[in-house]
Write a protein that binds this ligand. Structure first.
Ligand SMILES: Cc1ncc(C[n+]2csc(CCOP(=O)(O)OP(=O)(O)O)c2C)c(N)n1
Length: 598
């Protein structure tokens, strides 16, 4: 049931309506927005904590500035729910993150008020600066370009590069630092220490030298980011000041919802919860449930590290999301959260490996896109023994196009010296991690999906899975399916269901995308003239392409159909809905096979 907006919010269909309110009415509006957000996200999960913390910022910005003429960019964009609600999407908000609904992140195609699409961190300063320079070149010196960025995101490399660049321009740029003192997990890094010293309750520690002023920004604040009337006053003054400027606003993540303020990491994106007590509702059915892949990673790295003291763990700002937090708690000196810094994470791993350590560098597939050159130039070229664990490989669901991990198989396959594999289930993940740390394994990429595996009893002794060796899951005589990774479970279901229709399907789990199991592929192309490849990744350049290349190189002739993600961006929805759209769930595989002529 969509939430019913309060009496002020119900009249706000655009920032024009907002501007008709008196300043005195704004605190009540903020309260109504919070109630609306809590009600909506309690029944349709999303990014709660950050959005609750940015309500006053959104109201004040749209109240004072002339959006969409003035350009407003929300860094990461997970805190922009109030902005969406104020800019014409209140009545659509119950479709947030749903299939066919509105995106959970700002998106240019969704609204003229979303000046720039975001999702990955630390891009907003570069984009705002680019827009500001464009305005100047086009003779417009009056338009303001605003970036709202968190204390963790501003420490990301791109944001630092943009600050460095912005400081030499006279561009009409306003950075609003939304400082809530926390990332998803506790914030890390020396810059975070600096911000804490700057704003802490011990004035003796307040630094005199101001980092932002040193970068030629005019600095304002710190200001209470929940005092909407003060914010409005301050923003009105800042509006008149030319050049790059930064307003430092202190906020509380989860503001106004007790549980979300108390447990900020959990309530960053809590899933379904009770809107009164905040208690989180579990959606898992009772009984034996398989573990999440991320937890298998988290438990297994500890087990391996206990036996092999050269193993260390690295995460760029995703300790809880990757479950490396388990190792950080148990072996704090051997597990590192380096902040939102994927490029650094990879080259930091390279340095560790160059000195004989074996780093397990865990990066979400989609965020790994940031560190492509570091993998090539700093790791693969130098044949370093780094194990990349790519979590959230494949379609991730409700986070949508910015977060799907769909390109990794294709973008890594072209890099020499890499070994690339993907487990069918959680036991295989464990065994791949074990294999990857054995002496001489070289650079390994292990790619696994979001969510749960398929078998509760995965905790068996380790077994090496030799690189470049796949396996036959099921024999058959009419045709062959070749799959990679967890999506192979859909292929297995399809193969079984087709038996009842008297179609005998052989199913091969290739396990390693690189090196390919050529013995297995020769067997397949010798025996079958109908082949389907199945992957939860782009069909351009991934497993399907590799199989076609093999077929052509060895002059086989077969009817090969590639199932995977088509050459377009896939939006948000449940993973099952999206797999269905792409046609590689069990039903899609069956339909494809039924189209063959036997
Ligand atoms: C490149 C990249 N790495 C990691 C993430 C995952 N991520 C989303 S929000 C977030 C923390 C952001 O913290 P902060 O900027 O302080 O904003 P807050 O959530 O506290 O409002 C992280 C690490 C991301 N979106 N993009």
């Amino acid at each position: 049931m969509p939430a019913i907006p309060g009496h002020i919010l119900s009249q706000i269909n655009s920032p024009k309506d907002l501007k008709r309110l008196t300043e005195e009415e704004l605190p009540e509006l903020c309260k109504e927005i919070r109630e609306f957000l809590i009600e909506e996200t309690s029944q349709n999960p999303g990014h709660l904590g950050s959005s609750l913390g940015a309500v006053e910022l959104a109201v004040a910005i749209h109240y004072v500035f002339d959006t969409p003429y003035d350009k407003l960019i929300w860094d990461v964009g997970h805190q922009a729910y109030a902005h969406k609600i104020l800019t014409g999407r209140r009545d659509l908000f119950h479709t947030n993150r749903m299939y066919g609904g509105i995106s959970g992140f700002p998106k240019m195609s969704e609204s003229e008020y979303d000046a720039f699409g975001t999702g990955h961190s630390s891009t907003s300063l570069s984009a705002a600066l680019g827009m500001a320079i464009a305005s100047g070149l086009q003779g417009n010196h009056d338009r303001l370009h605003i970036s709202v960025i968190g204390d963790a995101a501003i420490a990301g490399g791109m944001a630092m590069e943009a600050l460095n660049n912005a400081g030499i321009h006279k561009a009409n740029l306003l950075v609003i630092l939304n400082d809530n003192g926390i990332s998803i997990d506790p914030n890390v890094g020396a810059f975070n220490d600096y911000l804490a010293r700057m704003t802490g309750d011990q004035p003796a520690l307040h630094t005199r030298s101001n980092f932002f002023e040193a970068f030629n920004f005019q600095y304002f604040g710190p200001i209470d980011g929940h005092d909407v009337i003060q914010l409005v006053k301050q923003l009105k003054e800042i509006r008149l000041i030319p050049g790059p400027k930064l307003l430092h606003a202190i906020t509380t993540k989860g503001k106004g919802f007790k549980k979300a303020e108390e447990e900020q990491t959990v309530y960053h994106a809590p899933g379904l919860f009770n809107k009164v007590t905040g208690e989180i509702k579990t959606t898992d059915s009772p009984g034996m449930i398989p573990p999440k892949y991320q937890d298998v990673f988290g438990e297994t790295i500890i087990e391996l590290a206990e036996k092999n003291d050269r193993i260390v763990g690295i995460t760029p700002a995703m300790p809880t999301g990757s479950s490396l937090n388990l190792m950080m708690a148990k072996m704090p000196h051997r597990a590192f959260d380096v902040g939102i810094a994927e490029q650094h994470a990879v080259t930091f791993a390279a340095g560790l490996a160059a000195q004989g350590m074996i780093p397990f560098c865990n990066i979400y597939s989609s965020f790994m896109q940031r560190a492509y050159d570091q993998v090539i130039h700093d790791v693969a070229l130098q044949k370093l023994h780094v194990v990349f664990c790519l979590d959230r490989g494949g379609l991730v669901g409700e986070d949508g196009a910015t977060h799907h991990g769909t390109f990794d198989l294709a973008y890594f396959r072209v890099i020499p010296n890499l070994t690339i594999c993907s487990p069918l289930n959680e036991e295989e993940l464990r065994n791949m991690m074990y294999t990857a740390q054995l002496p001489g394994a070289g650079t390994y990429v292990i790619r696994y999906p979001k969510g749960r595996g398929v078998m509760p009893g995965w905790n068996r002794p380790f077994k090496a899975l030799p690189a470049g060796k796949g396996r036959k899951m099921q024999d058959g005589k009419d045709m062959a399916i070749i799959s990679i990774g967890h999506i192979g479970n859909e292929a297995a279901k399809a193969a079984i269901q087709l038996e009842s229709q008297s179609i005998s399907v052989a199913h091969y789990d290739i396990r390693y995308l690189k090196p390919l199991d050529e013995v297995l592929l020769h067997e397949i192309f010798t025996r079958f003239d109908k082949v389907i490849t199945v992957e939860d990744g782009t069909i351009t350049g991934g497993l399907g392409s590799a199989v076609l290349e093999f077929m052509s190189d060895h002059h086989y002739k077969a009817d090969v159909t590639r199932l995977g993600i088509p050459d377009r961006f896939i939006e948000q929805g449940r993973v099952g809905e999206l797999q269905h759209e792409c046609g590689f769930d069990a039903e899609g595989i069956i339909n494809t096979i039924l189209n063959f002529k036997f």
